[in-house]
Design a protein around this ligand. Sequence first.
Ligand SMILES: [Zn+2]
Length: 314
Amino acid sequence: MTQIAPTLFESAERLDAFRGDRTYLGADHRRNERRTWIVTAICAVTLAAQLGGGLVFRSMALTANGLHMAAHVAVLLVAAGAYGLARRHAQDPRFAFGTGKLGYLAGFANAVVLGMTAVLIAVESFKRLLAPEAVDYDAALALAAAGLAVTLICVWLLRPQTRNHDLNLSAAHLHLSADALVGVLAIAGLAAGRSFGWTWADPMAGLAGAALVAQFALSLVRKAAAALLDMNPSAELTAEIRARLQAGGERVLDLHLWRLGPGHHAAVAVVSADHPLGAEAYHARLKGLSGLSHVTVEVRGPGQAHDHAGHSHV
Ligand SMILES: [Zn+2]
């Protein structure tokens, strides 16, 4: 640790509208947590039915579907667990900026799982394409339809309520939506196989589904990584903050904006002016900006403005 110049102490003021409150959880946190548990329960019951049916009917297809459902239970447990942890540790001072990003960590993990699902579907489809197997179309169609029905109920339950970008929920929702799409493609492929004897239709549908799922997974990974790595979440919000801070002819020497959680952002700014106001005044200018939950402003008077932004990076 290096020493901070005394002048910096005098000119810097840390202002926090929510001083003492470190809760940066999404507005729908409770609702999303509850729904994730409900869907976890639905998937667990379906899993038990599929594995039980697989044993009773000695059906490989049912067992394979059950393995996929087991992956869902795991994905949903990660999501639900993240909601619970984030809530319990919301005020834990060990988290410098709260636990609002825990859901992004869970979302990242679940996006990676989704990507692996895409690879597995693609490999399986390729195998079937090269060496077609006899398919019991009626049984497979019934299974696919039942699976699709359960998946659609889960998709509906997990639908996001507000445009809050709760990535934890999005990851689980997107996974099940992708499965619904794959299910529709599979039904189309199986129907074509049964009606026209096109054995390639089912695996081709699988490949198309895998490509879609991979696309979903990649976009999720990128979004989660952007939040976890503190990439600037909004050019518009950044521009608005800059404009407000400079409203009296000031200069913004440095400005950082990053995400704290769903619908929560933090900003750190260094403002320089010939006749500087108190930090409170700059803080007040930023009041009411939607999504701005934590603000720190450092104010510099004449002679304190350096061209470089090496303000407090001591
Ligand atoms: Zn799945």
